[in-house]
Design a protein around this ligand. Sequence first.
Ligand SMILES: [Zn+2]
Length: 277
Amino acid sequence: MKKLTANWTGVITLLMNDTPIAKLDCRLYSATGNPKPLSLSQVHAECLTAVKETKKAKEQMGGKGKEKISPQVTQVRHEPYCPKCGRFLKTDEVSRAIETATGSVKITEAEFATLAFTPNKAVTAKLFRSDGAVAAIGVDRRFYVLPRATSLEAYGIVLYVLGATEGVGFIEEVVIDEKPRVGVLRLLKFPKVLFGHEDKVLVFDALIDTGSLKDPRGFPDCSQAIPALANKSQLDKTINRLAGSLAAIDPEKCIDPRRQQLAMLARKKIEESISRR
Ligand SMILES: [Zn+2]
């Protein structure tokens, strides 16, 4: 197992209303990384080793024949280099490859062309109740969905149906900015704290490229080592007493902490300048 580097180390205290339930001393690790496997790379066609672009200093004689007095000219060029064979490669020695868990697989340009996703102007969105799969993968990019003037009635229907069913419209493939995406249409209620007004908005949430998601089994499995809960009956009592009165998340708290601090600092400065007058 590769050495894992935590992005955050600290204690998370779980509060039920204001009662501390557990203090979790923990570390946070990024769940996404470079897309792997099945990423495309350039390889030396002969040995399938990933090619490195390396500077090659090419020495050229400034003059010919007897004119040995003229200085040597050194030209630096970027050329593909195979670290395994230890030599620079010609352009026709370089091939594309798909990296798999067991090694690189060479693919020809003709095969590569068949992989191209053509921009699609018509896609279907199938209605599902939003379930765990979408939440588990997570949102990579969000887009606002706006209707053309001729499509306002359909827009109204979509908003109504998504609202009434609390469902999402699942889109299996849509090419956006040349990148094929999978994602969901959903109706969101933006809290007032964001833009000063409460809004229902139709968005397309493109999911994270699953190739960049790290397999959780790459992290130590702690679930096996959990001891039996000693104070489970006490815990159940607390749950029964408090769980029914849990509040919704305050949207004010959802703002990026840095923005909150800046706003507070600005407010303080303004107050100071007023009191000095
Ligand atoms: Zn090689």
